[in-house]
Design a protein around this ligand. Structure first.
Ligand SMILES: [Zn+2]
Length: 190
């Protein structure tokens, strides 16, 4: 995708907002605009932000190349990781459950490409074995996130307040996972 292609494929979503913003998606440029913004105004906004678009495209391309270079782990390596995770993660969960003041049901470890963790309504927890490849702080931040769902089954401000109370550095390590997580997940087999 070149900048011109991204611009040619741009899509405008109008809503009750006061400013223009843009986002680069796999399909092209997504412009969010106020309900009655003139087309000329939107075109000018795109022209003014061309260097931003080019920079984002470069980044996107670099990330795609990185992802293409990832060598998936073998079944043996994944099993080893799972074994390790089955030892470490329940320990971390028990530790933080005490701090947060919750109790949980079963813990399941999977090596998956889609999510880092989840918490069921019955209080069972599920964690991704690939977390073992991340810094330990990342693992803890995911454990705390899922345990706090036992207090709040949503992502409300109250939920995040309880997460940050139990794990003050949550935002920093969550950022790490957002930035580096896709490269780790690419290591799981399809
Ligand atoms: Zn959540």
């Amino acid at each position: 995708l070149t900048a011109d292609e991204a611009i040619a494929k741009s899509r405008v979503v109008r809503s009750r907002r006061r400013t223009l913003s843009m986002e680069l998606t796999d399909e092209g440029l997504l412009i969010r605009a106020p309900q009655f913004a003139a087309k000329a105004q939107i075109d000018r906004f795109i022209r003014q932000n061309r260097s931003w678009i080019e920079k984002r495209l470069k980044k996107l391309k670099a990330r795609q190349e990185q992802l293409a270079d990832v060598v998936p782990l073998t079944d043996e390596e994944l099993n080893e990781l799972k074994k390790e995770a089955s030892k470490v993660i329940p320990e971390r969960a028990a530790y933080y459950a005490q701090i947060i003041g919750v109790s949980y049901g079963r813990i399941t470890i999977r090596c998956q490409k889609t999510r880092w963790g989840s918490c069921s309504r019955k209080g069972n927890l599920n964690f991704n074995c690939l977390l073992m490849l991340a810094p330990p702080e990342v693992l803890d931040s995911v454990v705390v996130h899922e345990l706090c769902h036992l207090l709040e089954m949503n992502h409300s401000a109250r939920f995040y307040a309880s997460v940050r109370k139990a794990y003050p550095e949550y935002d920093r390590w969550n950022r790490w996972l957002k930035d580096n997580g896709p490269l780790l997940m690419a290591k799981a087999a399809d």
